[in-house]
Design a protein around this ligand. Structure first.
Ligand code: WT7
Length: 635
């Protein structure tokens, strides 16, 4: 029996049992048979969740790009590795073969080295979804530099925070980016960010939109001439299994974004193994994940997982609505996409536009459909199943996180019977637990609780960059000897999991993880604002939208409230990015607080959900009178 490729349900259960009974043997077989090592490990796993410390394959040496590129050169050199589909369809797709990818990554690696980047240095990548993004990620990995990709929709301020937090020496960006009919001045955003970053020595600039940009002498360089004159050969840096591969920032419920640090060997094995099984990937498939490489989904399931399997992975630069709402389906037909992986918010947005956009296209190549990022509602699940998959392509509802590095709970298509809104069963190697509020594990089925993981898996983040204590406090302190996910979940009568959503102050808007604290900090910068609190409320397309309760310093008389609303959203856009704008702003005379001064978000959440019938006991509040006032003026 092969552990690597699971084909039916019985096999899943067998593999799963083995992965739990003897995790080390299980992972060792996979590592041994499916990857290229420069040196084998001395120890498969050591772990202690109380520190927390986790090490996989200690003593092993490798380079992930040898696994993702070099080893395919003889068998798949002329096969398309990256299929680039540009924003504007008339520009035409680009097929980058494994040989070409090797050439491009080596040249880029040599450019990085020539610019003084060494193993362990941090490089910030702030690029649109163009081939240079994947190539620069891989070039960092090839020379052992730690990449920190920042989604190119973040503002200058958010970018600066991330650059400074991990002390990046270099930024890789482009003149600008295309987004449907719009262009965005990325280089201008980088320039603004770097006014507040002293660590950056070099900025490499790719040309994409051919706009006029300002090049700062001694700092900024055009990328292409450097690539053209670089050698297409670059010996990969030999990395230790536990060396850091990348940092990726994610929002927390409080404070600044957390730079999650991922390791090399464990991450590689897990992203590759999950990719193979969750998408039932076969040699001639053309796989497309619509995420941006600025998120973990893109890291694991556009770049590393697919390339480690020698797959053809599509990179799409554009948006689902340009030139029209048929764009996704046009791409599916054109490239005969076999696996399609997207987010519930995209599915809902497309469903709203009607099936006429789909009907024009032949979607019969599709074998597996995926969803990720937030709970998928039943209606969206059925729309996807009926209209996109024509009830023939199983839907994999994949639950995971930036912190987990790879898919954790998911059906295995053609093996696990799917159930709408359920992520179903844990992937081999993953041991979930549901916990009650007293810290006890809830056993049995038909129960719900807080979702934890009891045992380490290879791709778990190892720390938060520069703040191991925060890593411990956030993930390993709520429940003893467990990784706490921050999500609630229920387990049904057959043991299937359904993720019910965050149990902390993280709000997921259109699949983007937003912490309330940085948004509130931005709002509070408005000179008229005394204080603010943000909660999520259900939104038809976005899943959740943001509701802000804002108290102004004076009564607001004489002030145009609509202008203040606009100004607040403008500040949020500048500080974080347009994804964090508030949908609803209610001006309040005060915010409900506990006697210790903590804002009672639970009450605000209920009011925003239009579910104020049972607010619980509010008499213990410091200021119960504001609650009625907020309810009377709720929007
Ligand atoms: C949070 C993690 C993992 C890639 C994208 C998001 C939510 C993710 C699902 C799903 C229900 C989901 C969780 C999780 N989430 N996938 N299939 N069903 N909820 O990564 O930004 O780190 O967010 O997204 O709440 O904790 P992320």
């Amino acid at each position: 029996m092969s552990n690597y490729h699971i084909k039916h349900l019985e096999e899943y259960y067998q593999v799963y049992r083995k992965s739990v009974r003897n995790p080390e043997v299980f992972w060792e077989e996979i590592a041994e048979e499916h990857f290229m090592w420069r040196k084998k490990w001395n120890k498969i796993l050591s772990w202690d969740f109380s520190k927390p410390e986790v090490k996989w394959f200690e003593g092993a040496q490798l380079n992930i790009t040898e696994n993702c590129i070099d080893r395919h050169l003889y068998t798949r050199g002329d096969k398309t590795a990256i299929l680039f589909e540009p924003n504007n369809p008339s520009e035409g797709a680009q097929h980058i073969t494994y040989k070409e990818l090797h050439d491009r990554v080596c040249r880029f690696s040599n450019v990085l080295k020539a610019q003084g980047i060494r193993k362990g240095d941090r490089v910030c990548i702030y690029l649109p979804m163009i081939p240079e993004l994947a190539v620069s990620v891989l070039a960092c990995a090839r020379i052992g530099a730690i990449h920190s990709v920042v989604f190119a929709g973040f503002s200058a301020n958010a970018l600066a925070t991330r650059i400074n937090d991990s002390d990046c020496k270099m930024v890789i960006t482009s003149d600008g980016s295309y987004r449907g009919t719009k262009t965005i001045d990325l280089k201008g955003i980088v320039d603004d960010a770097l006014d507040n970053c002293s660590c950056v020595e070099t900025v490499l600039v790719a040309k994409r939109i051919h706009s006029e940009v300002n090049m700062k002498e001694d700092r900024d360089q055009w990328l292409q001439p450097l690539l053209d004159s670089a050698s297409p050969k670059c010996t990969p840096e030999i990395m230790d299994a536990e060396d850091s591969l990348f940092i990726l920032y994610t929002s927390g419920s409080t404070g600044q974004p957390k730079g999650m640090v991922h390791s090399t060997a464990g991450y590689m094995i897990y992203s590759a193994y999950t990719f193979k099984n969750v998408f039932q990937y076969k040699e001639d498939d053309v796989y497309w994940c619509t995420a941006d490489i600025g998120w973990i989904t893109g890291h694991s399931y556009i770049v590393y997982g697919p390339l480690a399997n020698g797959a053809t992975t599509v990179m799409f630069e554009g948006v689902p609505s340009y030139p029209d709402f048929g764009r996704f389906w046009d791409i599916v037909e054109k490239h005969k996409i076999t696996q399609f992986y997207t987010a519930p918010t995209a599915i809902r947005a497309l469903a709203k536009e009607g099936v006429e956009h789909l009907e024009k296209y032949d979607l019969s190549s599709l074998k597996v459909l995926g969803t990720v990022g937030e709970p998928i509602n039943e209606e969206a699940w059925h729309w996807y199943d009926d209209n996109v998959g024509k009830k023939k392509a199983p839907i994999v509802d994949t639950w995971w996180q930036t912190e987990t590095g790879g898919i954790m709970i998911t059906p295995i298509p053609f093996a696990t019977p799917t159930k709408p809104t359920y992520a179903t069963l844990p992937f081999p190697g993953i041991q979930p637990a549901l916990m009650d509020e007293n810290g006890n594990e809830i056993k049995g089925n038909q129960v719900d609780g807080r979702l934890c993981i009891k045992f380490p898996w290879p791709s778990m983040a190892r720390t938060i960059w520069g703040n191991h204590q925060r890593y411990k406090d956030t993930y390993f302190s709520a429940f003893e000897n467990m990784y706490f996910t921050g999500d609630g979940a229920l387990r049904d009568e057959v043991g299937y999991y359904r993720i019910t959503g965050r149990v902390d102050d993280v709000i997921i808007v259109s699949g983007h993880n937003l912490g309330t604290a940085p948004i509130e900090d931005a709002i509070n910068e408005h000179p008229a604002v005394a204080e603010s609190a943000i909660v999520g409320f259900p939104h038809e397309i976005k899943g959740n939208a943001l509701y802000g309760y804002i108290t102004l310093k004076d009564t607001g008389e004489g002030r145009n409230q609509d202008n203040v609303r606009k100004e607040i959203n403008q500040i949020i856009t500048e500080q974080i990015g347009p994804i964090a704008k508030l949908d609803t702003i209610q001006f309040t005379n005060g915010l409900p607080k506990t006697r210790s001064g903590k804002i009672m978000r639970r009450i605000l959440r209920k009011i925003a959900h239009k579910d104020a019938s049972n607010l619980g006991d509010i008499s213990t509040l410091l200021n119960p009178e504001v609650v009625q006032d907020i309810m009377d003026n709720a929007l």
